[in-house]
Design a binder for this molecule. Structure first.
Ligand code: PRP
Length: 209
């Protein structure tokens, strides 16, 4: 049995579709129920719906053998897991954004950065030797510069629509992001054959798509 942590939401549903067509179906998973654990004993798979930011925790601690999460989560929380495949889904960019023309390197005062990703933001500005004040938020980050709470934001940009509608623009691209298939380090040894088969199946599903 392979235990799979899927990120609740659109990305998780896409990944489930790939797994289902690759021989790991569990149709109840997409129903309306509030259940969070689903099993198909015959296919040898048990799925959990978890909050996207928690996937790395489940996999690192072995509550799940494998999981799918964005590279943003891996960079922010640095879980000790193996990254087995880039699924090339959920493609976006981690960026610094602010009002057009804003110079985030101007050193007159400490730069105020609003973000859901304090570790990524700190690491980036540390590397270029810029002092920053991190303002940790949990969502709707784009509003922070508008209200004068911060100078810039560090956030995910997919289509760029949210930035545009809040009068912000990309100032720097920090990391390319996509969904990764990750694995618990012990499970990788003990369930090597099953996990490799699942990893290969995910690749095959992608090529067919
Ligand atoms: C993410 C991100 C941006 C938005 C970018 O937010 O934080 O707000 O998507 O997408 P776009 O470039 O296509 O407009 P998410 O939807 O995860 O919501 P949240 O801010 O509540 O976390």
């Amino acid at each position: 049995m392979i235990n799979v942590a899927l990120p609740k939401g659109r990305l998780g549903e896409k990944v489930y579709q790939l797994l289902a067509s690759a021989g790991y179906p569990c149709p109840e998973l997409l129903g309306d129920s509030r259940q969070l654990v689903f099993e198909n004993a015959q296919a040898g798979v048990r799925y959990f719906w978890v909050k996207p930011t928690d996937v790395g925790v489940y996999v690192e601690r072995g509550a799940a053998d494998v999981g799918v999460c964005g590279r943003d989560i891996l960079l922010e929380y640095e879980p000790k897991v193996y990254e087995l495949r880039d699924l090339r889904l959920g493609i976006c960019r981690m960026c610094v954004a602010g009002p057009a023309g804003f110079d985030d390197l101007q050193r007159e005062r400490i730069l105020r950065v609003a973000t859901k990703f304090p570790h990524i933001a700190r690491a980036y500005y540390e590397q270029i030797g810029r002092d920053i004040d991190i303002i940790k938020l949990h969502g709707s980050i784009e509003i922070a510069p508008l209200l004068g709470l911060s100078d810039v934001i560090v956030d995910i940009v997919e289509t760029g629509k949210t930035l545009q509608e809040n009068h912000l623009t990309v100032l720097r691209e920090i990391h390319p992001i996509s969904a990764r298939f990750i694995c618990n380090q012990v499970s990788y040894q003990f369930k090597y054959a099953e996990i490799s088969r699942m990893r290969d199946a995910l690749g095959a599903g992608k090529e067919q798509a």
